[in-house]
Ligand binder design. Structure first.
Ligand code: ARG
Length: 589
């Protein structure tokens, strides 16, 4: 495993050295190199440095050019405008760097940080006995991609699915089940759909009794107390709701082609035993205070209507613990037992005030500090194609499974339509590819918009072959693979001695940026940067293969081999990037 520095970083270092030689007082100075349309790269950093040193920027730029070390790397460096440097690298440097990436197996030269920390990622957190909705989908998709990205950079990630499995509604549900035994078939006897419809039925029925029967309401309230105090019969029934819900969750996650591990499903209930102690610690340190019987934390800067302070409620006046207590206890667990250096939450932006308060309280306690930080990647709302919150035409929330099924159905239709004798897919392959493409489309739509923004869930657009979709990149991948299959006895061989055509250079330079984009996307928790990268890669590849023949008309052997080399590295890079996003790339489409 050998990490490969990008051309951008090598060139940047070369310029930085020349800059230090020309202007020793400014060392170490950053020439601020960027990819550019005018040349391969442009450095803009000299202007500010010259200004600081009271030097003429164009003169300084000229001196820097004189001091740049020669060698095979640079084809040209020119001063332009008020003092920019336009840099062109040699074709040789491009192919040699790419060959080093290609030789690095499936890491493709991307560095692995062995001293990275541990990030606990809180994502994919549906609620027990409730249907999952598109918001839960978004959390799952974004969280999964973030974990892949972080893991790939060397960070250790631990998943926590903070499912809603605790709270007063369980009193009602359990009491109902006690009074109507047999209403919930054992979890082992049902599939995901049945599990959810059973739960829905019990939920609705118990709600109806709860709303109309005072006696039942009182028994349900007592049942909450029994649950919180650990009464065996009550806990056993509670467990049945959890198990039944898990059957449903797993069926959805499986359809989503996402691996969720049982030991990482650690819901609100898991922190039950910690909560009294959390409350005691908060109260003893004075971070939380008693107010009208409740234990709360106040924040100067957080105010609601009428400028009244909005407190975080740790313990209600009746002694019950709620959502905040479980989150504060979870922080203690994650920091002190899991030894996390970073806590990442992928939760709807509408809960951002909750997390702001929870994090601030934890900081006051010293549980969070400069060495252990917490972030909520609050994501935006999922909207329908009409721009309104996502609902069915009848105004009901859309069932997640119906949505995924529809995506798969539409994608399968696209695959079937594009299939022909040349592609030659069997019916089974059409179905398998349809699932990969449909699910990929849903994930990609989530991942390609910046998470904080609302986005439109528009299936027609998602499975389109044109535009910024996953299908577009899946087709580019399949095209590259098919070229490699059709190459006969010719194979991919890098030829640094060749002169490159413009589309080859553009593709090559972009391929070389993979590691930088991964690092940036991981550091900023922005998977959409990787999505944008892979889309651009696919479109550069599309231009390349329409303008640079690989097989027909047959170019010179070396040219063909070098192009096959570019095809192969492109395929591997698309495959890797899409894999990090949680999206599969079928071999043939
Ligand atoms: N179950 C919650 C919901 O559906 C999301 C949980 C988010 N995570 C957390 N640690 N509070 O809204």
């Amino acid at each position: 495993m050998a990490s490969v520095p990008s051309l951008a970083s090598t060139v940047n270092q070369r310029l930085a050295d020349a800059l230090s030689a020309a202007l020793p007082d400014a060392a170490p100075a950053d020439p601020l190199l960027r990819r550019s349309d005018r040349a391969d790269f442009q450095a803009n950093g000299i202007l500010a440095l010259a200004k600081k040193a009271k030097a003429n920027p164009r003169e300084l730029a000229t001196q820097v050019v004189e001091k740049i070390a020669g060698g095979d790397l640079l084809a040209g460096v020119e001063v332009s405008g008020p003092g920019f440097l336009n840099v062109t690298v040699t074709d040789r440097a491009i192919i040699e760097t790419l060959a080093a990436r290609a030789a690095d197996g499936d890491r493709l030269g991307v560095p692995l940080n062995p001293d990275a920390g541990t990030t606990v990622v809180d994502y994919a957190q549906p609620n027990v006995a409730k249907e999952m909705h598109v918001g839960h989908l978004r959390s799952a998709v974004i969280g999964d991609a973030l974990r892949n990205l972080l893991d790939f950079t060397g960070e250790k990630t631990i998943g926590r699915h903070h499912i809603g499995d605790w709270g007063t509604q369980f009193g009602m549900l359990i009491q109902y089940l006690i009074e109507h035994p047999g209403e919930l078939a054992p979890a082992s006897d049902v599939d995901g759909q049945q599990a959810m419809s059973n739960l829905n039925r019990v939920y609705k029925a118990s709600r109806a009794v709860f709303d109309t029967d005072e006696g039942f309401k009182e028994r349900a309230r007592k049942r909450v107390v029994a649950l919180q105090s650990g009464d065996k019969e009550t806990l056993d029934l509670w467990q049945r709701f959890v198990d039944e819900s898990k059957v449903y969750f797993y069926s959805v996650f499986e359809k989503l082609d996402m691996e969720i591990r049982d030991e990482e499903i650690v819901g609100e209930s898991a922190y039950n035993d910690l909560m009294p102690e959390t409350a005691r610690l908060l109260e003893e340190s004075g971070v939380a205070v008693r107010s009208e019987g409740a234990l709360v934390v106040f924040f100067d800067e957080i105010r609601g209507k009428d400028d009244q302070p909005v407190p975080l409620i740790v313990q209600k006046a009746d002694g019950g613990f709620g959502y905040a207590a479980s989150d504060l206890s979870a922080i203690r667990d994650r920091v002190f037992d899991l030894h996390a250096s970073t806590l990442l939450y992928v939760v709807d932006v509408r809960q951002s005030l909750h997390f702001k308060m929870v994090f601030e309280a934890a900081r006051r306690m010293g549980w969070l500090n400069d060495g252990v930080t917490a972030h909520n990647m609050g994501y935006g709302t999922v909207l329908g194609a009409d721009g309104k919150p996502f609902k069915t035409r009848a105004g009901e929330t859309v069932r997640l499974e119906d949505l995924l099924d529809e995506a798969i159905e539409r994608a399968t239709a696209v695959v079937r339509e594009k299939n022909n004798d040349k592609v030659g897919l069997s019916e089974a392959e059409i179905v398998a590819n349809g699932a990969d493409i449909g699910i990929g489309a849903v994930k990609y739509a989530d991942l390609s918009t910046s998470a904080a923004r609302d986005y439109k869930f528009d299936l027609d657009q998602m499975v389109s072959l044109n535009g910024d979709t996953s299908v577009y990149s899946q087709y580019a991948y399949a095209r590259a693979r098919s070229i490699l299959r059709d190459a006969g006895d010719r194979g991919p061989v890098a030829h640094p001695e060749l002169e490159l055509a413009a589309p080859e250079r553009a593709l090559g330079l972009h391929l070389d940026q993979f590691g930088e984009v991964v690092a940036e996307a991981a550091a900023a928790y922005e998977p959409h940067k990787l999505a944008a990268y892979v889309y651009r890669l696919s479109s550069l590849f599309t231009t390349f293969y329409s303008e640079c023949p690989v097989i027909k008309p047959a170019p010179a052997v070396e040219v063909a081999e070098n192009r096959l080399f570019l095809c192969e590295l492109t395929a591997r890079t698309i495959h890797r990037a899409m894999g990090l996003l949680g999206i599969r790339t079928p071999e043939r489409l």
